[in-house]
Write a protein that binds this ligand. Structure first.
Ligand code: 13P
Length: 254
């Protein structure tokens, strides 16, 4: 079965409720009547999620993601948000292991693995992010970094579970820098990721898992990236903050 593309907006620490309401008021009507070939996901900050889901009442084509989650059920974990809380809000995807969480908040492969398992156990689809820094790439460590992040993050997952998650390849040096990996560089990394999944599981699993590219994706480069055989979508930061720009991204094939 062909893999359905998935385009996701990662708003990061942008867009409070008022700004998000204005975004949705423009974005939703611009999508009306358009048969999209991809899944569309928006990941607002936690506090903005209720505004976005309220605007999406009755809309079945746009899904909502969280940008993080706790691996605990509930209790004395100040500042954390649980899967139960996200479920109550209608969230279905959770971004996990973003390089900004790894870099600024000390998330390790083991922590990310624990969160991925919790998200899956409670019925969410993780968007599991991996990617190398510039120094790692220059040192020839791309494959080593990706395979370590993959085997650590996916530890204990069954083949069925891994086939159903979304992986986002986001080279750290391309995030928010305006530097995009060339479509060739991105394709090579995606093909390598699929090779690692095939080794950890089997080729069926590797062929089923959807792999997004992230890092300065814009309306002007999305088409070429999406044309690569192993690129199944995009995880977009900056260019997802404006309704017309995000609309152009989800309509990449028009
Ligand atoms: P930019 O699109 O702003 O480079 O961010 C990419 C990203 O980190 C998405 O998760």
């Amino acid at each position: 079965m062909p893999r359905k593309p998935i385009i996701a907006a990662n708003w990061k620490m942008n867009m409070g409720p008022a700004e998000a309401a204005a975004f949705m008021d423009q974005f939703i009507p611009s999508m009306e009547g358009k048969a999209l070939s991809c899944d569309v996901v928006i990941a607002p900050p936690f506090i903005t999620i209720p505004t976005v889901t309220a605007k999406l009442q009755g809309n079945t084509t746009i899904a909502v993601a969280a940008q993080n989650v706790s691996d605990r059920d509930n209790g004395a974990f100040t500042g954390e948000i649980s899967t139960t809380m996200l479920k109550e809000l209608g969230v279905t995807y959770i971004i996990l292991g973003h390089s900004e969480r790894r870099q600024y908040y000390g998330e390790t492969d083991a922590i990310i693995n624990s969160k991925i398992k919790k998200a899956i156990a409670d019925g969410f689809t993780p968007i599991f992010c991996i990617g190398e820094t510039k120094d790692e790439r220059l040192a020839g460590k791309l494959e080593e970094v990706l395979s370590t992040q993959l085997s650590g993050g996916l530890q204990d997952l069954t083949a069925e579970q891994t086939a159903a998650i979304v992986i986002a390849y986001e080279p750290v040096w391309a995030i928010g820098t305006g530097l995009t990996a060339t479509s060739k560089e991105a394709q090579e990394a995606h093909a390598y990721i699929r090779q690692v999944i095939a080794k950890l599981y089997d080729t069926d699993t590797a062929n089923q898992v959807r792999i997004q590219y992230g890092g300065s994706v814009k309306p002007g480069n999305v088409k070429e990236l999406m044309a690569q055989p192993d690129i199944d979508g995009a995880l977009v930061g900056g260019a997802s903050l404006k309704p017309d720009s995000f609309a152009a991204l989800v309509e990449f094939d028009r």
